[in-house]
Ligand binder design. Sequence first.
Ligand SMILES: [Zn+2]
Length: 287
Amino acid sequence: MPAEFATCPLCLSTREPRLEPDKTWLCGFRGAAELVSCVDCSLVYLRAYEQDAIETRSEDYVRAKIVDSCDQFAEQDELFTRRLAWAKARVRGRRVLDIGCGNGAFLLAAREAGWQPCGLDDSDTARELLMRVGIDVVVADTAEFLRQHPASFDLIHMNHSLEHIPQASETVIAARAALAPGGLLYVEVPNEFDNLVYRALALIGRKHARGSIFGRSRPQSQPSPHLYFFNKQSLARLAERAGFASFEVHARRREPFELNAAEVAAGVSALLGAGPFLTFTAQAAPA
Ligand SMILES: [Zn+2]
């Protein structure tokens, strides 16, 4: 069943979106979907796709991803511990929900740091894995779960999961309502088409339309499982639409907690501004 959007799924613009240039060489769509960008909010998204053409999230796939990612546990633990410390200073309570909790690295780090962890995932593998270590994972539709839990969490965390969720903007809207007063939403997504490396490759790709070392003849072995390709502008629009009065979007290798004035003063912010990840943090209004 093809998914069709008559309006932009993020900003609800009804203006005809722009067709994105062929990105097969980067993310392997191989004509399976129509990739477009909204002329109003600049969100890049799949306008029409056959579910099975992009379906890489079978239980086997997810299981393999989750099990493979256990190799990166130490590295993830360090990142998440710092992220949690940053969040802890900004919220009062300690109820944390991790959406797309996968191998549980974030929730384990959270419990270690004194938070009350809860996971939400679409995979039974995640639930089974974390049950063994005493962490509850709910397998449910994300937006629906959030709507059923108003004002329930002090921190909602999404690490590379938002770009997989068909109802991405509804999820962020529902997440805001699921935050306790003063609660914090922390989202990281890949910055796939607006980072420095991609821009450079796109330039080369365009100049060598018939194939180059990064040529169109060399698609990735798996099509991208992502439905949305955010940039700073579209994430900001998403935060506004969800009604967050205060939010920040960072596009850099570093996380917001690693920013300091010296970096900006060094004049490298423009360069870092096109890093491979986008971090989006938004806080609910206090009571
Ligand atoms: Zn839009």
